[in-house]
Design a binder for this molecule. Structure first.
Ligand SMILES: *Cc1c(COP(=O)(O)O)cnc(C)c1O
Length: 308
């Protein structure tokens, strides 16, 4: 099988961003440039899952997500590329009969051929139960199941390929954290002298346990100070930071993950968290497809738009 997805570009050079106070140098790994449709860490997380599904003869994929999910967008794009059928189980029953309320993400996923199956928030919470999966199987037939956010063992294996040998020169590896899969891959492939910092996009203490369970190393820390109130929550300060950053460095950040990550790094520098002369590598995990949908929400709330 000719598989454009698996032929990732691992030759995108780390981009120097800026020198921060204390001779601290910030670089960014541009995972957002890995693939035009299957962006960033979602590419890494899907890679070995799609391989496995294909090798085991599955024709159908199924996964879960919210209306703005980067995972759902990436999965739709990847399924189209590899000619899988794909079902997205989407949180929000009310969207079923109101396609005019669909987010750009859902419109995009459907345009890729994803069959959208809307469920209530109550049902959505059952998504890991065997009973619920069986109901889905009787409805859709057999499928290869990818969990919400795409995190499983194969996803972590894919994320272990983000860091390459030349990255061992960095003192700190910084990444945004949702389910913890990406940061776990980074931790697994980091060198002993490096510290991996996970910046949580969620207000959730149990992520620490989660990551502990997914890795066997201890050279990492979960930082919970920069979630801005919780998942997909934003304020004017964050939006202005993202817009300023774009103007200054000609680099687009997203409001759910990478914006909070870079905001956090800048703030920690100001608080003298990093030793003098530290070399920091931040992972740009992508997620830019979500900006359009976020801007629609911001408009309704009469908050400023994210420049894009
Ligand atoms: C999904 C996502 C994350 C979080 O990845 P996890 O593996 O779930 O922790 C981070 N950044 C972006 C842009 C994402 O889309």
């Amino acid at each position: 099988m000719q598989d454009p997805l698996f032929q990732q570009k691992n030759d995108i050079p780390n981009q120097f961003i800026t020198e921060l106070p204390g001779n601290i140098q910030l670089f960014m790994k541009r995972e957002d440039l890995l693939h035009p449709d299957v962006s960033g860490n979602k590419f890494r997380k899907l890679k070995y899952n799609l391989k496995q599904a294909s090798e085991n003869g599955y024709q159908k994929l199924l996964s879960f997500g919210g209306a703005h999910s980067n995972h759902i967008a990436a999965l739709g794009a990847a399924a189209k590329l590899f000619q899988f059928e794909v079902i997205g189980v989407i949180r929000g029953e009310e969207l079923k009969d109101e396609p005019e309320k669909w987010s750009p993400t859902l419109e995009y996923a459907e345009s890729c051929g994803m069959q959208l199956h809307f469920v209530s928030r109550q049902d959505y919470r059952l998504k890991d139960s065997e009973e619920f999966i069986e109901t889905l199987k009787s409805k859709f037939g057999n499928f290869y199941l990818i969990p919400e956010g795409g995190t499983n063992e194969l996803a972590i294996r894919g994320c272990e390929e983000i860091l390459v040998e030349e990255d061992f020169k960095f003192d700190f590896i910084c990444s945004s954290v949702g389910t913890g899969g990406t940061v776990s891959g980074l931790i697994n492939s980091s060198a002993k002298h490096q510290k991996v910092l996970g910046f949580s996009a969620l207000n959730s203490d149990h992520l620490r346990q989660e990551i502990t369970g997914l890795t066997s190393k201890s050279n990492w820390e979960l930082i919970l100070n920069y979630h801005f109130g919780g998942y997909a929550k934003v304020n004017v300060e964050l939006i202005e930071f993202i817009n300023d950053f774009r103007k200054k460095y000609d680099l687009q950040l997203d409001p759910v993950y990478t914006g909070k990550l870079v905001f956090g790094i800048f703030d920690l520098v100001e608080r003298s968290y990093f030793p003098e002369g530290s070399q920091i590598l931040a992972i740009h995990t992508g997620g830019l497809q979500g900006i359009e949908g976020m801007n629609e929400i911001l408009k309704k709330k009469q908050l400023p738009q994210i420049d894009y």
